[in-house]
Design a protein around this ligand. Structure first.
Ligand code: PLP
Length: 397
């Protein structure tokens, strides 16, 4: 049976080019000549070789962001980047000027949302959650009102693109409001990296999180862009790695693979996103037309080119996903991180999805391996699957 992978928002396969770039940095116990597997902090040639690979990766990523190399901090994943940004900036800014409030949105990934709640519950910060409209978008006027003059705000964090519903926030406008008030602005760009421009000047952000496994890099490595001069208290303390902003020996092969993958996505972005947008629109147009009770979630116009998400009335996501899997199609109910729980999604609740549709979320996220033939196969199978699921399980929540 052929396998059709439509879950690229959960994770992506490693690109061959990234793997090829990484391989020399793993080293081998058999290696006799000068190896690349040294600790990048070591003085000897093996350490210097690893350090050189890491520095080149840092330059590559910085260039894509329009940043300086010194503004890139390597981390262990997107969640760590988000945690570092929120905790690091909030604590430092409170110490610097007494600002004690965090502003974020109701549709953030839990890596941001739970971190903000933790800062409230255990560190005494106040928390303001921005509402979103029916498409999952934050209104600039809501942020302006929440900011006031900004003097009591430690940090603002609004995600660039949403993992569950694909909506793309007006980041540069939100950033401008923060900048006018000298309030640090962080964006979780984990779903956007590789698909949308990351120019930090144009976006007007002070901090930006990304994770390699979402753009065909390896799992277990990410980065945080932190604008020079932004108040920051390190989340991980220990050695002097990453300019004392993140202790721990760096994952050099992972970092090299991440930079290679991001550079490749960046250079192909316009062409690949135009291709995926066509496939996405074919999915959205056909499903809305052919399956009754299906509703698109998120914005139609302000959305990731590779992302289609729906609610399906009177059907349970789990049953649909299992039936799709049996047909060789990998999809998701929305967020890989919440799919193990039976709780309704906070994102769907925030955009006002009615209770009888909350159980039927479906996310189809496209990527490099997908083609038009696969999408036609999906569109052939899905209506039957939904119909069958409705007969089996009229889903009360
Ligand atoms: N932020 C968003 C928007 C995500 O979609 C994810 C993962 O799905 C994360 C953060 C966490 O990234 P990681 O899995 O690398 O920790």
């Amino acid at each position: 049976m052929s396998f059709i992978y439509l879950d690229h928002s959960a994770t992506t396969p490693l690109r061959d080019e990234a793997w090829a770039a990484m391989a020399p940095y793993f080293g081998s116990t058999e290696e006799k000549d000068t190896p690349n597997y040294g600790n990048p902090s070591s003085i000897h040639r093996a350490g210097r070789a690893a350090h050189a690979g890491m520095s080149e990766a840092r330059r590559t990523i910085a260039e894509i962001l329009g940043a300086d190399s010194g503004e890139i901090i390597f981390t262990g994943c997107g969640s760590e980047s988000d945690n570092s940004a929120l905790r690091g900036i909030a604590l430092a800014r409170r110490k610097q000027c007494g600002a004690n409030r965090i502003i974020t949105s109701a549709v953030e990934h839990h890596a941001v949302l739970y971190t903000a709640e933790d800062l409230k519950d255990f560190f005494g910060f106040k928390l303001t959650l921005l509402p979103v409209d029916g498409e999952g978008l934050v209104d600039e006027s809501d942020l302006a009102e929440a900011l006031g003059d900004g003097s009591d705000v430690a940090v603002v964090s609004v995600m660039y693109a949403n993992n569950e519903i694909g909506s793309v926030q007006p980041i540069s406008g939100l950033g401008a409001l923060c900048r006018e008030r000298n309030v640090p602005f962080h964006t979780d760009a984990v779903q956007a990296a590789g698909k949308l421009p990351l120019d930090v000047e144009a976006l007007q952000v002070d901090a930006l999180s990304a994770s390699a496994h979402k753009f065909y890099g390896p799992k277990g490595v990410g980065f945080l862009y932190l604008r020079r001069g932004t108040p920051f208290h390190p989340f991980l303390t220990g050695g002097s790695h990453e300019g004392r902003r993140r202790a721990g020996t760096q994952d050099v092969p992972g970092i090299v693979g991440m930079a290679t993958a991001l550079a490749q996505c960046d250079s192909e972005r316009d062409r690949e996103m135009a291709r995926l947008r066509q496939l996405r629109d074919r999915i959205i147009g056909t499903l809305l037309e052919t399956v009754p009770g299906v509703r698109l979630t998120g914005s139609r116009s302000q959305r990731l080119a590779n992302h289609a998400s729906f609610t399906i009335r009177d059907a349970e996501a789990e049953g649909i996903l299992i039936a799709l899997d049996l047909a060789g199609i990998a999809a998701s109910s929305g967020s890989a991180c919440t799919s193990a729980r039976q709780q309704p999604s906070h994102v769907l609740e925030a955009i006002g999805v009615p209770a009888d549709e909350l159980a039927g979320g479906l996310r189809l996220s496209l990527g490099l391996s997908n083609n038009a033939g696969q999408i036609e196969l999906l569109l052939e199978k899905l209506p039957e699957i939904v119909e069958k699921q409705r007969q089996i399980a009229p889903a009360p929540l």
